[in-house]
Ligand binder design. Structure first.
Ligand code: HXC
Length: 258
């Protein structure tokens, strides 16, 4: 599939999707969101792909939703179109793990997109923020909810109310980013991490994603029940037999996603 606003490369079993609107610091417009959702769904359905990396440029992961696309819209148009709702729901529906590799600006809708991924690896130049307050609006694709779950109420509230940017070190310390790497190594580190995940059983990595994401939706006891059902279910797979046999035989497992 040919895309206008993103590039897609598959290397072995990892799909690398790069946001590609350099003139607008990768601002998310309707075309980009639709293309991204299409590319992610294609990767999710592919027999070859086992993990996905989503990245931007060195200067910007994405500097937010495209202000020029939104500025003239009124309530009726935004509401009737359900602006960005379908695209973000499609992105959140992907079952394979997605790593956000973030360098430079990761603001507004860009930060919200990064938080829809399964975890964020940040370069030491990354700057996260929810600056919608400066535009007279608030986050619109999950920022108030996801940032609060990740960093807690106090920091989330401050970020949303002031619009200040958070550097990579603070993002890691507060739980927004899983780790920080030098900017020059970001893609390499994210791809290495994705290739490592790709060596695992896809049945198990999908189950991890479902179970961890469930933690944000339900009570602890419901979440533990859900995890247990998935855990027991994995004992119906060949990969569980192979993984445990390989450990006992002191060799590397050969998973077949069965
Ligand atoms: C449209 C954008 C953009 C955006 C940058 N650009 N951010 N265009 N939407 N969100 C464009 C600029 O207009 C400019 O285009 C080019 O990218 C380079 O940006 P500069 O501002 O010249 O770069 P710099 O001085 O380095 O400043 C970088 C920046 C600043 C600090 C990131 O661009 C900025 O504050 N951007 C807006 C950030 C923001 O408010 N994001 C939240 C958006 S609302 P030209 O043509 O002039 O070169 C949102 C809501 C989500 O995300 C909800 C969705 C439903």
């Amino acid at each position: 599939m040919a895309f206008e606003t993103i590039t897609v490369e598959t290397s072995d079993d990892v799909c690398l999707i790069t946001l590609n609107r350099p003139d607008a610091l990768n601002a998310l417009n309707s075309t980009l969101l639709k293309e991204l959702a299409n590319a992610l769904e294609e990767a999710d359905a592919s027999d070859k792909v086992r993990c996905i990396v989503l990245t931007g440029s060195e200067k910007a992961f994405a500097a937010g939703a495209d202000i020029s696309e939104m500025s003239d819209k009124g309530f009726v148009e935004m509401y009737s179109e359900q602006y960005f709702a379908k695209g973000s729901e499609r992105i959140c529906g992907i079952s394979k793990p997605i790593i956000a590799a973030v360098s430079g600006y990761c603001l507004g809708g860009g930060c919200e997109l990064a938080m829809m991924c399964d975890f964020i690896i940040a370069s030491d130049t990354a700057k996260f923020g929810q600056p919608e307050i400066n535009l007279g609006v608030i986050a619109g694709i999950g920022g108030t909810q996801r940032l609060t779950r990740l960093v807690g109420k106090s920091k989330s509230m401050e970020m949303h109310l002031t619009g200040r940017f958070m550097d990579a070190e603070e993002a890691e310390r507060s739980g927004l980013a899983s780790r920080v790497v030098p900017a020059k190594k970001l893609k390499e580190e994210a791809m290495a991490t994705a290739h490592k995940i790709a060596t695992k059983s896809l049945l198990a990595t999908r189950a991890v994603k479902q179970a961890v994401n469930r933690a944000e939706e339900v009570s602890l006891s419901e979440g533990v029940l859900f995890e247990r059902a998935l855990f027991y279910g994995l004992f119906a797979s060949d990969d569980q037999k192979e993984g445990m046999a390989a450990f006992l035989e002191k060799r590397e497992p050969q998973f077949r996603d069965r």
